[in-house]
Ligand binder design. Sequence first.
Ligand SMILES: O=C(O)CCC(=O)C(=O)O
Ligand SMILES: [Fe+2]
Length: 338
Amino acid sequence: MDQTPQNKEDYFQLVPRCYTEMVDLPVIEIDGINHQSRRTIIVEDIANACKTYGFFQIVNHGIPQKVLDGALSTASSFFELPTNEKMKYRSDDVKSPVRYGTSLKDNAKYRRVVLKHYANPLDKYIALWPDNPHDYREKMSEYAKATQKLGVSLMGIITEGLGLGPEYKSDKMVKGVQAIMVNSYPPNPAAAQPDLELGLPPHSDCSCLSIVLQGSRGLQIQDSDGIWRDVSYVKGALVVNIGDCVEVMSNGVYKSVVHRVKILSNNFTRISIASLHSSALDEKVEVAEELVDDEKRPKGYKESTFNDFLNFISRNDISEGNYFIDTLRLVQSFVVPK
Ligand SMILES: O=C(O)CCC(=O)C(=O)O
Ligand SMILES: [Fe+2]
């Protein structure tokens, strides 16, 4: 893959700017997934990435650059709208299908502005999305449709890699929740120590898997020694991470790794779009029986639903290190230090 910077902005994105070490995430080409010989390699590469990092990047994923750029650009335009226009979508209800939230006014430790909306099935939700900017629904729905299709396909690759077969979760993902988190992380000119500014606190995703489009660098993941490492920005790539539901389903073979967002720039706003894919709100998430061995790997997690997670986050402040998945653990010896 050609990573030669085409212009100054791309060059800037590729040059490490802070003291944090980069994490050498695999960048996996996923074209040819329906050809058996290619599929075998991709399944193996993704299985290795899930075991080692819980994160990987994908390229040649079939989503045109124009669709990625369109989604980032309309997201950016949304955040530039006057406050009263954005506040129309404000809600304190974590279950609201469309929800705008900002922590900036509270002088909070974490500086993220977010528009969250459900996207699957699209027909049910699109009329609730912002219609300003005028191209928001068009551009974001192109991106949402493409990532939903990709999410189902990636889940098939993941379950195949676990020995559960490609169809193990397909129906559940097709009918499942797709929550799009449109994130904006503005710089804080008043920060006493800009290097310490965080956009998003450490958390793991409640999803089965998440697909993240980065507009620029800033995402960091915590390795098993507790060290934060930068995820590189690769133009056109999508970052994929395992969420809590897959950690549970895999009986801890794959980890839902803790990550956060750092504010790396003093002069521009970072945009990212995370598409979180999981089964339906009241669908049971449980350990796959096939991955339980009473002696070598006993069942490590209680069952739950996505609704349980939403109830948990409405009652707990996740920025205080409260992780939903910790409430599900049965076998402490399999816990990877967070
Ligand atoms: O902004 C990012 O890169 C990651 C966002 C994220 O982790 C999330 O929305 O759950
Ligand atoms: Fe996340």
